[in-house]
Design a protein. Structure first.
Length: 306
């Protein structure tokens, strides 16, 4: 074979017509504007956290502060051991909760995916029914606190948010995109259900696992409501609830001093809110780039499959 025959075909060049040039210009302009609109608030949060409280009251929030200050970060770090403990609780809760929830959600989705499961439609309706109606907050609180005895038990933050019908439906819809012939071939080769689930379904469900895993991890990382209802011991406070209580304590102290007529230094309540946002969202933001491509693919497939 001649060298000319072995040569790779030349890439096709797209002709840049005037219409295409106008379209590309408009498209890139819109994308850049959207990116700026999304990035600028995050930049303002970071720079605002380094702004002096007096400058915020005087000039408002600015992209470039007129007066820099580390008072809010110093106030946050004064928590010391309590802040570190809150971070530890949140990290453990996110890691363990996301792993267990992802395992149980994927197993449930696999059961609902199986066409040979006789009660598939009945269970699917039962799960869907729970998204439309609920017993209410008071019965739910009595069930968890009294009958399950989960008050002041850190496991309550793990168990309450472990299962989500929305996540199960996303994973089930993704599994429908896997050809049935793969499962049938595995059965012919002697594979049982557990082997099919572990060796075939899970490896092929990478985008779905990454998408649902990110949802679950964000839910556990931002956990504070369940802690507010059931947790009173400070050593079990997650990060979000710890920051929430810290901010409330600052506001209460400032209000009490104002009502009593006691002069106290200006407390950085406004900048502390931004410091809370940076401390709470900073670590989880670094996780997103690693699952971005799986996240987009998983959302797309889960949305179009019926």
């Amino acid at each position: 074979m001649s060298s000319a025959a072995k040569r790779k075909p030349a890439s096709v060049k797209i002709r840049m017509t005037s219409d295409r040039l106008v379209f590309m210009s408009i498209a890139y302009t819109v994308v850049i504007l959207c990116a700026v609109v999304c990035v600028v608030p995050f930049v303002m949060i970071v720079t605002g956290s380094f702004t002096a409280e007096e400058a915020i009251y005087r000039d408002g929030f600015r992209l470039i502060p007129t007066e820099w200050s580390l008072a809010s970060y110093k106030l946050l770090l004064q928590g010391g051991a309590s802040l570190a403990k809150a971070y530890q609780v949140t990290v453990i809760l996110t890691a363990v909760g996301a792993s267990l929830s992802l395992l149980l959600s994927s197993m449930t989705a696999y059961v609902l995916y199986r066409k040979d499961f006789p009660w598939r439609n009945a269970l699917s309706f039962y799960f869907y029914f729970t998204t439309l109606f609920s017993g209410g907050l008071v019965p739910w609180y009595i069930l968890v606190a009294k009958y399950m005895g989960m008050r002041n038990n850190p496991a309550v933050m793990l168990i309450v948010g472990m299962m989500s019908v929305f996540n199960i439906l996303i994973m089930r819809n993704f599994l429908k995109s896997i050809p049935d012939s793969i499962v049938e071939s595995a059965k012919i080769d002697g594979a049982n259900d557990m082997m099919i689930y572990l060796k075939i379904m899970l490896p092929l469900s990478g985008p779905s696992l990454a998408t649902v895993g990110l949802f679950i991890a964000l839910g556990y990382w931002n956990e504070w409501y369940t802690a507010m209802l059931f947790i009173t011991q400070p050593e079990y406070f997650p990060l979000q609830y710890y920051l929430y209580r810290t901010l409330n304590s600052m506001n209460f102290a400032a209000q009490a001093a104002a009502e009593a007529g006691v002069a106290i230094p200006i407390m950085p309540t406004q900048s502390f809110k931004l410091v809370m946002t940076v401390a709470a969202t900073g670590p989880i933001i670094f996780l997103y780039p690693f699952v971005q491509r799986y996240f987009i693919k998983g959302i797309t497939i889960g949305a179009v499959k019926g």
